[in-house]
Design a protein around this ligand. Structure first.
Ligand code: NAD
Length: 375
């Protein structure tokens, strides 16, 4: 049996990391028939549109896609392709696991969280305007509906139930946003009793940020609205080791699109330098979604062991300033080949080993300073 899956290579480092992900997917032995379609800069050149209908048609047909990051041109007339894709396909649940892999590159080697973010409304609804002609005042409308709140909160509890997670935390700002915040809070309070086996609690967004950097191990599944989820998922990616290792998934009622948390990192495009792990872990999530759980587990373990061994890892897992145990950096394709080589060989019955926690925390200047415009 073969699965048909849409593949969007994307912009910048997208083609490199999606090639790496394909190599690893092939190594699992699961037969995937990739339907390659372009969105983003290549599509603008070919069709004039960054999101041609053909892309949406392909995903509606195959129902599952692997996507590379796509550049959002600043100042051009185009809206973010990523936001448009979520809204047009009603991919309402953005799920971003933050797992500290092998205890590398993180101050919190026990981090194992999932951020579930509502992805279709809130401050991303696209309802905004200048209030005056001189552009000295502006307004962006935060649309929160009970329907979308119920849907995402139910999704988070169902995910927790399915994955055997014990605790769901709703994050909002209901003390200040008396309507939108309260609507989300009420939906959570009314739905939580339907999942009595799962501990349910709430945090205000500001307190949540502080709690996460103090004791991330106390949190399990976090459910929140669009912008808070955007910010928290980057924060959690940082807790778990950085953008280079943070995968993501977008789910609708019947469609699923897998994409890394990171963007197209244009300054590294074409250099075979970017970390392929985030995109490779998207393959893990994709295989799990297809029901290929053993193949998914093999991918995760091969990634884990490659990072733990630290013989063939990209710069963000290798160099001084990024890690307390520097080694020579390998290329994106070399790391992908090493992970693919391990996939059929790993022993799923062995415990996963962790590196000793670093005594001093490495400062990752690029990853921390530059993720200003994540969609
Ligand atoms: P970015 O994630 O592309 O890059 C920020 C920095 O993080 C990079 O300069 C690099 O130092 C590092 N980095 C990112 N991915 C890496 C990887 N795989 N390996 C090693 N280092 C990595 O964020 P940005 O610079 O804010 O955005 C660049 C473009 O990507 C923008 O046009 C933005 O709109 C777009 N973007 C797209 C998506 C998406 O497609 N879902 C998400 C975020 C940003």
């Amino acid at each position: 049996m073969s699965y048909r899956v849409t593949l969007i290579p994307g912009d910048g480092i997208g083609p490199e990391v999606t090639n790496a992900a394909r190599l690893v997917a092939d190594a699992t032995g699961v037969k995937i028939d990739w339907e390659v379609v372009d969105a983003g800069e290549k599509a603008i050149k070919a069709t004039g549109s960054p999101l041609p209908d053909q892309v949406l048609e392909s995903i509606r047909r195959t129902k599952v896609a692997l996507k590379g990051p796509i550049t959002t041109p600043i100042g051009s007339g185009f809206r973010s392709v990523n936001v448009a894709l979520r809204q047009q396909l009603d991919l309402y649940a953005s799920v971003r696991p933050a797992r500290a892999i092998a205890g590398e590159g993180t101050r919190f080697p026990e981090t194992d969280l999932i951020v579930v973010r509502e992805a279709t409304e809130g401050l991303y609804s696209g309802v905004e305007h200048w209030v005056d002609r001189d552009h000295t005042a502006a307004e962006t409308v935060n649309i929160i509906t009970r329907k979308a709140s119920d849907r995402i909160i139910r999704f988070a509890f169902e995910l927790a139930r399915r994955d055997g997670r014990k605790h769901v935390t709703a994050v909002h700002k209901a003390n200040i946003m008396k309507t939108t915040g309260a609507l989300f809070q009420t939906a959570f309070r009314e739905l939580a009793p339907q999942y009595p086996e799962i501990q349910a609690d709430e945090r205000l967004i500001d307190n949540m940020c502080m709690q996460l950097v103090k004791k991330p191990e106390e949190y399990d599944v976090i459910v929140t609205t669009n912008l808070f989820g955007d910010i928290l998922s980057d924060l959690c990616a940082g807790l778990a080791g950085g953008l280079g290792v943070a995968p993501g998934a977008l789910y609708g009622e019947s469609l699923a699109v897998f994409e890394p948390v990171h963007g197209s990192a244009p300054k590294y495009a074409g250099q075979d330098k970017a970390d392929p792990v985030a995109e490779i872990l998207c393959v893990e999530l994709l295989l799990a979604h297809l029901g290929e759980t053993e193949a998914a587990d093999r991918v995760f373990r091969a990634v884990w062991e490659t990072i733990q061994e630290k013989k063939v890892v990209t710069y963000d897992l290798a160099l001084p300033g990024y890690t307390t145990h520097p080694v020579a950096a390998s290329s994106c394709s070399a790391m992908a080949k090493e992970i693919a080589r391990k996939v059929p060989l790993v022993d799923l019955s062995k415990p996963l080993l962790r590196s000793a926690p670093p005594s001093a925390v490495a400062v990752d200047g690029h990853l921390e300073a530059e993720s200003a415009s994540r969609a």
